[in-house]
Design a protein around this ligand. Structure first.
Ligand SMILES: [Zn+2]
Length: 290
């Protein structure tokens, strides 16, 4: 664990107690609304991941996608601290996690999928896709087996068992570096393919890479023209006044300790993202004047 993560983990209990006291003193009746972001989970990590969800369930309630969108729109009150679970990229381990962990625990998640990644069937093709598009610079031999792509059948299984699929571009391009003429094909084209192949509406979109420098006002404008909900990788609480094109998410790893996860969800790193959130929200106002 890095020093920053160790310090954060050590701060979990003070952060939690501080937030409980603040909640009582301020008289706020509503809870928090946060979104977890995972990627692939190895077979060795699966047990700890399940334990993470059980531990989180002690103080947070896992909600499904309709509940999340109702809360975001203010149509449903956030009466308890609530969590939506999301996964990015469409790795094959996601299906295993659904079968072994999420379905038995009755937790429904949202999976953001790269349309061209699903189409790979040749042996080894997926490793090149991962090193060229998802983790640029990584060596092919270092790509673990659980980062293989899910198939269309896997995605259908996810949908059949109550989970949701969102768009995550066509090729996992870094949108801030894509020519404006290509943005539509990358952002909208990928989701259109998912809709057609899966026969469901795809109203949710997550930026690739997740940090502010990987997207742009032009990308937001294209995303906003097609999707009701746009997810960033910027940490923060969505409970009060976050618009549906600026959804904050908390990246997590299946190896994270309970204390580190707890500290992140208590907002221990939120301040580090304050400038990025403010800048992104200013784009929202620019692109989507209200
Ligand atoms: Zn991604």
């Amino acid at each position: 664990m890095s020093l920053k993560h160790r310090l954060l983990a050590a701060a979990y209990h003070p952060l939690r107690i501080g937030n409980i006291l603040h909640h009582q003193v301020s008289g706020q009746s509503s809870g928090r609304l946060r979104v977890l972001l995972y990627h692939g989970i190895s077979p060795q990590e699966e047990e700890h991941f399940a334990a993470q969800l059980r531990w989180l369930s002690r103080s947070w309630r896992f909600i499904n996608l309709p509940q999340f969108t109702a809360m975001l729109a203010g149509k449903e009150n956030v009466t308890e601290d609530s969590l939506l679970l999301t996964f990015d990229d469409g790795f094959t381990s996601n299906r295993r996690i659904v079968e072994n962990v999420l379905n038995p625990m009755k937790i429904q998640a949202l999976f953001f999928v790269i349309s061209n990644f699903v189409d790979l069937s040749e042996k080894g093709e997926w490793r090149s896709f991962v090193t060229q598009n998802i983790f640029p610079g990584m060596k092919s031999k270092d790509v673990p087996a659980h980062w293989q792509n899910m198939t269309w059948d896997d995605l259908s299984y996810l949908l059949e068992t109550g989970h949701s699929i969102g768009g995550h571009t066509t090729n996992h391009a870094r949108l801030s570096q894509v020519a404006s003429t290509e943005l539509v094909a990358e952002i909208i084209g990928g989701a259109d393919v998912l809709e057609k192949r899966l026969g469901v509406e795809v109203d949710h979109f997550a930026y690739t890479f997740g940090d502010l420098h990987s997207f742009s006002p032009a990308a937001l404008e294209v995303a906003r023209s097609r999707f009701k909900y746009v997810y960033t990788g910027l940490r923060g609480d969505n409970a009060r006044g976050v618009n549906s094109w600026a959804i904050r998410r908390d990246a997590m790893a299946a190896t994270n300790s309970f204390s580190l996860m707890g500290a992140l969800l208590e907002g221990g790193a939120d301040r580090l993202y304050a400038n990025s959130r403010a800048e992104y929200d200013s784009w929202s106002r620019l692109v989507c004047p209200t």
